[in-house]
Design a protein around this ligand. Structure first.
Ligand code: GDP
Length: 638
């Protein structure tokens, strides 16, 4: 049961507490029959729970709770998902302490209902079954200090003859074999340099890295992202090895890097510390073998990395994407057990059977043991990078786990959406007092535009106590990071001539983060100003109709450039308003689908998945561009 009594050890007995509580009956409760708590009765609810769920837990009627909530100034229907704050307020009124389960707790409960307990499995693992496993290494450091180059050097340093043909594929991770103390040993490298991947994984609870290589260019020294990398690695408790790179460059000063890093607690062995520093040149491949040996040295001496290969596999999806023709493809990093073809598997909200597996050289493999990264085909949907995967007893269990997770996620996102700020509801939330500032994130296609927009927005004068704060700005497409930030700070994202990547748009939708797109500065200013003054009248809202990806270009004297395209989402209609997007940036905001053809025929509409020829009355189209169509629809005021 989810109701438990807490404490009880205070000076007052429960009874008197309850009496006391009832004595101070609030006007909110007059005439309503609700079983009361004693002020410390804990009720645990799932994220996205509704009034009906709460009512069931405490044995009240939903109608009674609706009434109480209404008197508290909130309207909700019985099946609507409510957020934690609302539950806490309502609970306090009724004498309950409401705890909303975190996403992790909830997932643990779902798995437990299928008799799966990952923590217990790990604790109860028999020492005898554990075998050494390769270390998993992430390369981090400041931009341009040589992370990519270093990974290239690692990739090519494998023992001659162990690469069994095939072209190296970027699957997000790879293994290198090296000779070490008379043995051939493997090291696994995570192939997405940079901290974003690392933090994204950690945000999802996936600590996959054993060792971080901190790359610092000897001609540049410690830079902001160097420090950021150190912070990330240290807070994850990951062992750091420093690769002092670019020692071939004139003026390189490896000693300076060593002394700079002492400030951050990374003290070289020669200075009496316990951090290994290796001087390398990724470009000239100097010192690479020593660095690889240092990784194994640290792994053996300090980490004792072991896992049981003889059990059903568990691990993390370090990449996930939709591949044309192959469907959902993930890169799985096995952490324990061995993953095999036809294993029933569940990854986040996706499930299926392992249909095929490939290593980083594109070779098919039949099984993958601990620390081995493999591409896995056969899932029914695309999970998120960082989602854990596990092999279930059978496919049915895998499906049920995936389904329960999906419904939990949906409920949680409904609850979140209810509270997020949008330009339209700003007036309401201000009145409620839940925000005093409108937080904005501005992304634009040029720094000039971003600065102009920022300064004009900050110039808006509002008479009441509403403040406007720009919490982040940048040039380029809207990224997952922006959405994460907006989620944390309850911000609205303003895109000026830029668009989010598809995955990012999905994420914003899920998190209930509002994104607004403009291509005219004054329009952005007007809307924000109106929102701040609490008088925004949403008149027209842009509705996405469809998008198409340009695959091939044809020149035609009459029609100009014909874009041979495939419709990716929705439908493309002749005459629709369109914009042209290149690498997430709008290159032409105001175009129109001038003509539309399938094969040789003029058509009025082409749906998702079909190919077509599009002319936009615009010549400068590139392969890979995205054509988005939209229309303006009147939006009812909520
Ligand atoms: P990242 O942004 O950290 O991934 O850095 P890259 O690996 O892309 O390297 C940035 C630039 O530095 C590239 O032009 C590389 O060719 C160059 N570079 C990387 N390592 C070395 C090195 O050891 N020596 C020299 N001279 N240049 C290097």
């Amino acid at each position: 049961m989810c109701i438990r009594e807490r404490g009880g050890g205070g000076r007052k007995s429960k009874r008197t507490r309850r009496e006391e509580y009832e004595a101070q009956s609030s006007p909110m409760l007059s005439g309503v029959q609700v079983p009361r708590g004693d002020g410390s009765t804990v009720v645990r609810l799932r994220q996205g729970a509704s009034l009906a769920d709460f009512a069931e837990r405490i044995g009240a009627s939903s109608a009674a709770l609706i009434t109480v909530l209404f008197r508290m100034g909130e309207m909700a229907t019985m099946n609507q998902s409510l957020d934690e704050d609302t539950f806490k307020l309502l609970g306090a009124e009724l004498g309950y302490e409401v705890e909303v389960l975190s996403a992790e707790d909830e997932d643990r409960e779902i798995l437990e209902s299928f008799d799966i307990n990952l923590e217990e499995e790990e604790l109860l693992e028999d020492e005898e079954n554990l075998k050494p496993r390769p270390p998993v290494v992430t390369v981090m450091g400041h931009v341009d200090h040589g992370k990519t180059k270093l990974l290239d050097a690692f990739r090519h340093s494998r023992v001659e003859g162990t690469e069994s043909g095939g072209i190296t594929q970027a699957i997000g991770a790879f293994q290198t074999d090296i000779e070490y103390e008379g043995e051939t040993r493997a090291i696994t490298f995570i192939d997405t340099p940079g901290h974003e991947a690392f933090t994204q994984m950690r945000a999802r609870g996936a600590d996959i890295t054993d060792i971080a290589i901190l790359v610092v260019a000897a001609d540049d020294g410690v830079m902001p992202q160097t420090v950021e990398a150190i912070n990330h690695a240290q807070s994850a408790g990951v062992k750091i090895i420093v690769a002092v790179n670019k020692i071939d460059v004139e003026g390189a000063n490896p000693q300076k890097v060593r002394s700079q890093l002492t400030e951050y607690g990374l003290i070289a062995e020669e200075y009496g510390g316990d951090t290994m520093f290796l001087d390398v040149s990724a470009k000239q491949r100097i010192g690479i073998d020593d660095l690889l040996e240092a990784i194994l040295y640290v792994a053996d001496a300090e980490l004792e990395l072991k896992a049981n290969p003889d059990r059903t596999a568990r691990g993390v999806a370090i990449e996930a994407k939709l591949d044309q023709g192959r469907g959902s493809v993930i890169t799985a990093l096995v952490q324990t057990g061995t993953l095999r073809i036809s294993d029933p598997i569940v990854v986040g909200i996706a499930h299926g059977r392992v249909r095929a597996m490939f290593d980083a050289s594109g070779n098919p493999v039949k099984e993958a043991g601990p620390s081995m990264p493999v591409q896995v085909l056969g899932l029914d949907a695309v999970p998120s990078a960082g989602d854990a995967f596990l092999v279930a007893d059978d496919e049915r269990t895998a499906r049920q786990i995936a389904e329960q997770r999906e419904s939990a996620q949906r409920a949680a996102s409904l609850a979140r959406r209810r509270k997020r700020v949008s330009l339209e509801n700003l007036g309401d939330v201000l009145k409620e007092g839940s925000v005093e500032t409108l937080n904005l994130i501005i992304k634009g296609d040029s720094s000039g535009a971003v600065e102009a927009l920022e300064s004009s927005l900050l110039d808006i004068e509002v008479d009441d106590e509403v403040a406007l704060q720009i919490i982040h700005r940048g040039v380029g497409a809207i990224t997952q990071n922006d959405v994460n930030l907006a989620t944390v700070d309850n911000a609205v994202i303003i895109g000026f001539n830029v668009r989010p990547a598809e995955r990012v748009a999905d994420m914003a939708e899920r998190e209930g983060v509002e994104m607004k797109f403009y291509s005219v500065i004054y329009q952005a200013i007007e809307e924000v100003e109106a929102a701040l003054k609490g008088m925004l009248k949403p008149v027209l809202e842009e509705v996405q109709l469809g998008s198409a990806e340009v695959r091939q270009l044809f020149r035609s004297g009459k029609a100009g450039t014909i874009a041979g395209s495939i419709v990716r989402t929705g439908a493309i209609k002749r005459g629709a308003k369109a914009r042209l997007v290149r690498d997430g940036v709008v290159v032409q905001p105001e175009l129109e689908i001038v003509s539309l053809r399938r094969e040789k025929d003029d058509v009025t509409e082409v749906r998702e998945g079909y190919e077509c020829g599009i002319t936009l009355g615009y010549r400068d189209i590139h392969e890979g561009d995205i054509i988005e169509t939209f229309e303006m629809q009147e939006k009812a005021r909520s």
